[in-house]
Design a protein around this ligand. Structure first.
Ligand code: ARG
Length: 402
């Protein structure tokens, strides 16, 4: 079948679904397919995707390690905001989509492609995130979302299509996949199947990046994280790149069962869904960042940040990374981070992370002011007028009207 689409850039994982998409695009649109595979820390080799794309007749193949860009330009800016969606979700999937979409658009421009395609379904948030980013960056781009178009609506049909087209099928991909999984350097998320019952406790084998808290070591681990301008720069005195640092925190956190979350969330498209997330390094990082902010941010800035945070998190969740309002909030958040420097000391123990110490060269904490001991800087009698004026309207109310 011929069509107006000549060349499409596909976000290609190398798995069964996107391999089927690769073939389906060639067949349905009679177009060239350029594949783009990125390492964003999903923990799988990406090089096999090159050979597979070649076999399946991709016209050009891009394979890139984007781990540093992912953490430096997406994860870290988001962590400056302490972003949590609905109080608990650290946005691990949401924050990766804009980066993948941006590279797809750039590759489309470089290769003269007129369309982009992704493997997200028509029920989830990810289609929205990919496509809002595509349109924000290239308003006239043609978007193809096979899951919304084709009739391969079951695993059996997908496998049959793969067999017809000599697409290699991994043994474990033949049957129903146990869960829908999305992984990167920030998190692993699992949804679907047994997890669809929100009352059912997740099976132990859902988890892949954290040990069960009850199986974690009986001895706690201590970790020190150093920050500069709101970003983590060193772990236990050792400076490293953003991606290496997050990798290290994932190891330490994962070994102590830190960062498991089991939640029901509100998807942007309207329904509720149950998900299980593992974000070991991110959970440690968030606690450490807040600890440094507690010493270094003025109360006004700190509280305003906390008010803006849910808005920021919702923008990221809903896919509005490349939007003026997210950039406005980012500018305010980044401004607040100028003096967010210092070291947080954390204790990891059987699934919990506790801040046990914090210090900063930019600290606003003044022991001479706060001490319970005698001091020469604060006159306790000043508090009387402060309280009386604050109480005035409360007293007038109680005295009665008229
Ligand atoms: N519900 C999460 C989100 O929208 C994760 C979605 C992708 N995860 C998955 N297991 N398919 O950010």
């Amino acid at each position: 079948m011929t069509s107006d689409v000549k060349k499409v850039v596909l976000a290609y994982s190398g798995g069964l679904d996107t391999s089927v998409i690769l073939k389906w695009l060639q067949e349905r649109y009679g177009c060239e397919v350029v594949t783009f595979t990125a390492d964003i820390g999903q923990g799988e080799e990406i090089e096999p995707a090159r050979a597979k794309a070649e076999t399946l007749g991709a016209s050009e193949i891009f394979v890139e390690d984007l781990r540093e860009a992912f953490v430096r330009d997406y994860v870290f800016p988001m962590f400056r905001a302490n972003a949590l969606y609905e109080g608990v979700y650290l946005l691990g999937t949401a924050i990766a989509r804009p980066l993948i979409a941006k590279r797809q658009v750039e590759i489309a421009e470089a290769t003269g492609a007129d369309a982009v395609a992704h493997g997200a379904t028509g029920k989830g948030n990810d289609q929205v995130r990919f496509e809002l980013a595509y349109y924000a960056l290239k308003p006239d781009i043609r978007v193809i979302a096979p899951w919304r178009e084709w009739d391969l609506d079951s695993r059996a049909k997908l496998v049959a299509f793969a067999e017809q087209h000599q697409i290699p099928i991994a043994r474990d991909a033949r049957g129903e996949a146990p869960y829908s999984i999305d992984a990167n350097l920030l998190h692993v998320s699992s949804e679907g199947k047994a997890l669809e019952d929100p009352w059912a406790e997740p099976d132990a084998h859902v988890y892949s990046r954290t040990v069960a808290p009850e199986a974690a070591p009986d001895e706690p681990a201590y970790v020190e994280i150093e920050f500069e301008r709101g970003d983590a720069v060193a772990v236990d005195g050792e400076r490293s790149s953003p991606a290496a640092l997050l990798t290290r925190l994932n190891e330490i956190g994962g070994a102590h069962g830190v960062g498991r979350v089991d939640l029901v969330e509100n998807r942007f498209v309207g329904m509720k869904s149950r998900g299980v997330y593992e974000t070991p390094g991110g959970t440690v990082l968030l606690a450490a960042h807040r600890a440094i902010e507690s010493l270094t941010l003025d109360r006004g800035a700190q509280h305003l940040k906390d008010e803006l945070m849910p808005r920021y998190a919702e923008l990221v969740y809903n896919g509005f990374w490349f939007s003026p309002e997210r950039e406005m909030l980012q500018a305010a958040i980044d401004k607040s981070q100028e003096n967010v420097a210092g070291t947080a000391r954390l204790k990891l123990y059987k699934g919990s992370v506790s801040v046990v110490g914090r210090k900063s060269p930019q600290s606003l904490y003044r022991q001479d002011f706060v001490t319970f001991e005698a001091d020469g800087v604060y006159d306790q009698r000043d508090a009387e007028g402060f309280i009386k004026l604050n109480a005035l309207r409360l007293r007038l109310l109680k005295m009665g009207r008229g």
